[in-house]
Every structure is written in structure tokens, then in C-alpha cells.
Design a binder for this molecule. Structure first.
Ligand SMILES: [Zn+2]
Length: 267
């Protein structure tokens, strides 16, 4: 549980570290732009293991378990551009405003994060510059380019949630997350509820707000794009078979949504 270099560093990512942004299908023709804020659980080498055991670094507190497989497959199915973050939300949470206390969490569920305790302002800034900014900069650029080219753009932010949080079991298989968009979420909810046997959460287990979220308010709402988040329960997408099944299901649903949005001239 070595703890290295959590102090001031302007060079957080070195040659041996992976780049923060993962992309699939940057030339994809789908109107859906997919993002995944909690796709990976990489940690910059210089930060060691943040003082946590491996068993903590593979848990939901570090990343959205299973979403990477769903996001990659969905991007392929839909021919949609996917922009995803490879670094763990424990290093910096890319779906939190940088000024929020939970941006670099000192506590997640019941786990204290020693490597985030007493972090100097410069060290927090280094994480923001090296990880948060390139990811959101890339999303911003991609949206700019699409708008310039007159490409219809619907933002879909992909997440997964733990089946049990702080001892409370969550009944939903999937939930939509939204705040200001009144067009896309109802369509998504209706088509999900048409699927036999699915328990669908409407803004469950979370809702979106400016204080607790970043991707949807900043890239979706502030830019006037149709948008919704999706949360899939992690036990359903823990293996490849589950990831494929959910990607297939969502690809069909988004296909139908695209047809509807075009008929309604919303895209
Ligand atoms: Zn997430």
C-alpha cells in the first residue's frame, strides 16, 4: 500500500501512463455522442495506489464496473462517437465540478482515500489539468466540430451503479438521469418500460444537478443539446455476455429513438 508523490507535481502523467481520453469511432455518423466519465480505473504511476488495497481499487468506488464493455459495443452498433475517461474517479471525478468537495474524494461510500487526504491545491490542480481538462476539452471540441458541420447531436452519458449502496439494495435494472431535457428522457423511459421484466428508474438511483454533475449540465444542457444519462446496475453487466446483451438492447432502443427524433424534426 505504498503511497508516493501525492504532493505537488506539475507532471502528473509520464510516458509510462496511458493518455486520459479513450475514443472509439470519432468519425461515427450516429447523432448520438456517447460519453463515459467513469470508464476506467487507471491511476497515474506517481500516485501509487492512493493508499488503497487492490480489493478497493476494483470496487465501484473506483470506476463504473461493466460500463466500458457496454460503451465500446454500443459505439460500434450505433456507429457513434464515444469519448471516455481512462483514469479512476478516485484520482479526480470527471462528473463533478472541480470546485465540489467530491471532485477528489477523501471518502467514498465508507472507504477513506489516504492519497486524497490533505492534498495541496497545486496537486489538485495538476490532476485537473492532466486528466479532467483533456477529457472535457475533447468533448467540447467534438461538439464544436459536429455543430459546425451541421451534424445532429444527442448527448448520452453512460454510467453504471452498484446494486447495494451503504447497505441499501437498489431494485432498478436501469435508470435515466436528467434535469432540464424534457424530450429525450421520456422517450427513453417509455422504450425501456416496454421491455418485458425491466425495472426502470426515472431519475433513480440518481438525478442530475449542477452541483453534483458536470457532463450533462455543461456539455448537454448549457449547449442546448438533447441529453440523458443512463445508469445500468453493475451486476447485470459484470461479464461480457451481460455487456453484449445490454449493448444490443440499447442499440435497438436508440435506433427507435433516432427514428422518432427525426420524425419530430428534433434532430
Ligand atoms: Zn458513473
Amino acid at each position: 500500500m505504498a503511497l508516493h508523490g501525492t504532493g505537488d507535481t506539475s507532471l502528473l502523467l509520464r510516458d509510462e501512463d496511458v493518455p486520459p481520453v479513450h475514443e472509439d469511432n470519432p468519425k461515427g455518423r450516429s447523432p448520438f455522442l456517447l460519453t463515459s466519465d467513469h470508464y476506467g480505473r487507471a491511476i497515474p504511476r506517481i500516485l501509487g495506489d492512493l493508499g488503497l488495497a487492490e480489493s478497493e481499487l476494483t470496487r465501484h468506488i473506483a470506476w463504473d464496473i461493466g460500463i466500458a464493455g457496454v460503451a465500446d459495443a454500443l459505439s460500434k452498433h450505433l456507429d457513434a462517437h464515444l469519448i471516455a475517461q481512462r483514469y479512476s474517479r478516485l484520482v479526480i471525478d470527471c462528473n463533478r465540478p472541480p470546485q465540489a468537495a467530491s471532485s477528489i474524494p477523501r471518502l467514498s461510500e465508507a472507504t477513506a482515500i489516504p492519497g486524497n487526504e490533505g492534498l495541496a491545491h497545486e496537486a489538485a490542480e495538476a490532476r485537473r489539468r492532466a486528466i479532467f481538462e483533456p477529457y472535457h476539452g475533447r468533448i467540447r471540441e467534438a461538439i464544436d466540430a459536429r455543430l459546425r458541420d451541421g451534424m445532429p447531436t444527442v448527448l448520452v452519458s453512460l454510467h453504471s451503479f452498484t446494486p447495494v449502496y451503504a447497505g441499501i439494495a437498489r431494485p432498478w435494472h436501469i435508470g435515466t438521469l436528467y434535469n432540464r431535457d424534457s424530450k429525450l428522457p421520456p422517450l427513453l423511459l417509455k422504450l425501456l418500460r416496454d421491455q418485458p421484466g425491466l425495472v426502470v428508474g426515472d431519475n433513480e438511483p440518481y438525478a442530475v444537478s449542477n452541483a453534483t454533475d458536470y457532463t450533462i449540465p455543461v456539455h448537454g444542457e448549457a449547449r442546448g443539446l438533447l441529453n440523458s444519462g443512463i445508469e445500468i446496475r453493475q451486476d447485470l453487466i459484470a461479464d461480457q455476455a451481460g455487456q453484449k446483451q445490454w449493448a444490443d438492447r440499447l442499440a435497438n432502443i436508440f435506433g427507435e429513438i433516432e427514428t422518432t427524433l427525426r420524425m419530430q424534426r428534433l434532430i
